[in-house]
Each structure stands twice: as C-alpha cells, then as structure tokens.
Design a protein around this ligand. Sequence first.
Ligand code: FAD
Ligand code: FES
Length: 293
Amino acid sequence: MGSSQDGIDRIDGTDWKDEYSMLTKADMTATILANAEVAPEHYLMKLAVSGAFRDAQPGQFVMLRPVGRGFPFLGRPLGIYSLAENGSGARIEILYRAAGRGTKVISTLCEGDRIEILGPLGNRFELKPGMKTAVLVAGGIGIAPLVFLAERLSAKATPEGPKMILYIGARDSANLLGIDRMKSFGAEVRVSTDDGSAGYEGPVTDLFREDLLSFNASKTEVFVCGPNPMLKRMGAIIADHPIRCQVLMEERMACGMGACLGCTIEVRTPTGVEYRQVCTDGPVFDLREIIWR
Ligand SMILES: Cc1cc2nc3c(=O)[nH]c(=O)nc-3n(C[C@H](O)[C@H](O)[C@H](O)COP(=O)(O)OP(=O)(O)OC[C@H]3O[C@@H](n4cnc5c(N)ncnc54)[C@H](O)[C@@H]3O)c2cc1C
Ligand code: FES
C-alpha cells in the first residue's frame, strides 16, 4: 500500500512509537459528548479528543476502553466515522455495532464520561491522483470508515472527479446506516438487503458485479469494508479484472500497536507468503494480497 515499514505514512519520517511515547495522559483520554442508539444495536458516539487526532486519515482507527470499569480489560478497535477540528483539539465520531461484551459496555457510557483512547492508529486508504471514480462497497457496519473516506473525497473533488458510487448492503433496512451522509457528500447510492426490505434482495456484491465491466479500471479505485465472507466474495469477483481494490480488515485485536501479534494475517507477496499485523501494517490492504483461511 505504499506505506512505511511500520505501516503508517509519516510525512516527517518520525516513527509512530516515538510519537506515542510523547503523548500525555490527556491525549489518551477523551470526553464523551454523546453516545446515542441510532438503530437497533447501533450507536453513534461523539468524542472530544486531543489535537493528536487532527491529522487522522480515512482508514485509521482508535482503540477505546472505558475508564474505571473492570471490563473490557483491552481496548476495542473502532474506525473513525468523521473528524472535525475543535479549537486546539478535535471532535471525532464513531459509528459502531454493539457486537459483543466489550462494545455493549461502551454503549452504556453517557455524555460527560471519560474513555481511554489510543490513536489514530494504522495506515490509511491510499488516494491515487487521477482517480475519476471511487467505488465504495460496504457490508453492514463496514460503512463506518467509508463515510470518513467519502467526506475527504468530496472535499478534494473537482468537476473532473472523483465521482463516488456507494454499494451498501445489510441484513435489512433497519441496518442500513450512513446513507444520508453519503448522499450529502454527493455519492450515488445502490442498496441491497438480505431480506429485500430495501433495494435489491441479495448480497451487495451482486450489485457490484453487475456494474464491474462498466468501470474504467485504470481510473477507478474500489474501497471495501464489511464481514469476511463478503470480502472474500469481492476478492473472487475482481480476481480476473485489473481494477484496484483496497480493503479495510476488521481483525480482532488486543494491543492495537504491533506488540501482541494477535491480529496477524497472511498475505501473498512476489516472494511468497508473508505475515502482516493488521494494526500496524494495515488495517488497509490490497484485497488481492489477502490469503483467506
Ligand atoms: C480496524 C478496525 C476498525 C473497526 N471499525 C469498526 C467500526 O467502525 N464500527 C464497528 O461497529 N466495528 C468496528 N470494528 C469491529 C469491532 O472492533 C468489533 O466489533 C469489536 O471489537 C467486538 O468487540 P466486543 O467485545 O463487543 O465483541 P466480542 O464479544 O469480542 O465478539 C462479539 C462478536 O463479534 C465478533 N468480533 C469480535 N471482534 C471482531 C472484529 N474485530 N471484527 C469483526 N467481528 C468481530 C466475534 O467473533 C463475535 O461474534 C473494527 C475492527 C477493526 C479491527
Ligand atoms: S493487535 Fe497486537 S499486534 Fe496487532
């Protein structure tokens, strides 16, 4: 993905570990401004964070852990949904699904509560100059990091592009999130649901496959995030097509900083199979590189 050895493109060449060793405790806690249920089991959290987040880029994530609770002991990785400057600090939004015990505890936090935050972590989506069409493919809560990407793409857009097309799929209409924001950034939206309650009935990858041949591969970039079966299917669909496709991998994580090796995946390289840490080499990878197990 053209990232540095540690997976994070640092313009000034500093190492991210040096950077974190300089962070204060205030940089590593955030104040919750809101944490509201926006759909069944889905929450939108707004956080006031330190100035360390002002340069966060689409694709990067944070590790969140409630302060003063016995559980979860480890932070949970969550993508950045939006970012805005706020005085000398910043405000970020996180859109998340209360998937299990850790995120359920996070969902009980209230306005004014403090939360431990580590970030921004990981690499980023690569935005190629000359890209005329950006195709975003989201499965379920995989929409969250793609909204931040769309916001940045729309801010950089010129009359020549990039034009944005979003393919979004979910179990049912109640689980389709982020569409209004995507439209406000100028994205054309194609919807699918498993139960047919909105849009095409079936997997979102069917919609993408139908249109694939209409894209000019040299001027189109595909960005995808969603559950692994969907990502695997995307990999199969583009296998014989030259289109570029970046994937944000939502692997389970413990440290988020390259220390525990808990998020290791296998990738295909010109010299064979190699291991990568999703937290520091990713979470964004070339979809063709991923070896699915
Ligand atoms: C870089 C990155 C960005 C992410 N961004 C978001 C986001 O913006 N919004 C969001 O809702 N979620 C996001 N996730 C997924 C989120 O981290 C998990 O849902 C969360 O860690 C689950 O923790 P838990 O304790 O609630 O669930 P657990 O009790 O640990 O598990 C509950 C269920 O979720 C599954 N699960 C656990 N961890 C993951 C994971 N990392 N990915 C997928 N399934 C998992 C388990 O297999 C189990 O079925 C992201 C993950 C990564 C790595
Ligand atoms: S989560 Fe510890 S190495 Fe990636």
